[in-house]
Design a protein around this ligand. Sequence first.
Ligand code: SF4
Length: 286
Amino acid sequence: MTDGAPPLPPPAVRRALSPSRAADFTQCPLLYRFRTIDRLPEAPSAAAVRGTLVHAVLEHLFDLPPGERTPERAAALLEPRWRALLEREPQLHALFGTDADPDPPALAAWLAGAHRLLERYFQLEDPTRLEPAAREMRVEVDLDDGLQLRGIVDRLDVAPDGAMRVVDYKTGRAPSEATAGRAMFQMRFYALVLWRLRGQVPRLLQLVYLGSGDVVRYVPDEGDLLATERKVRALWEAIERNHRTGEWPARPSRTCTWCDHKALCPSFGGTPPPLPTLPTLPTATG
Ligand code: SF4
């Protein structure tokens, strides 16, 4: 610092939270740190990318006139949406072999799996009778204490009387009662954001599980959403405490099986890298 210059401000934490990062922190504070602060890369899994592809097809299906939203047209969207994904993220090529040694049967089997999920979609909903108000809608709102809540809503339907239905597609199977909390927390989180943005509590939250063919519906009320807001604020206070102390404890559970960061995790004999010293810590996304 030069003489007379004002001192540098302390590192700031961007006060923003999404349902995914809130769920990470609840599951394991160290996982939250790796994803949100260190921003460590993670290898995309074929299952996760298939989910992204199916979401993209369902988003673009509604670009078609209602009468053309058929299973055949949805299936025909698979390849172009896959090519669009590859254009955006060329590293996804590696999921199905290498340039020198491609694996077309693996790609075909993977696309067939995506096709089955789309077929199941048509068993659960009739898109010719739907006219979504929004698809893949980015939502964000600042609470009165400055904490920003943000996320992406798969689909928002608005009835002629203005009632909102928030729809989320899941490409896995419906979770057990014990693990359903994460998905419903995400939906309440979105409902809270929409309530704060539009002054109206969504009438219905709907989870569409394409892996098992289940539809889970929930009617929220103000009491639910106020409780969700309290929970989100408490989570953020805990996150800020960890920022202040620099302590991000590992919380091992059976979900460690799918964690990309075991090699750096003390619960598995690893050592986390030093915390980055950024002027502004990265914000939560996704
Ligand atoms: S391996 Fe488990 S305990 Fe370690 S960071 Fe990942 S989720 Fe947390």
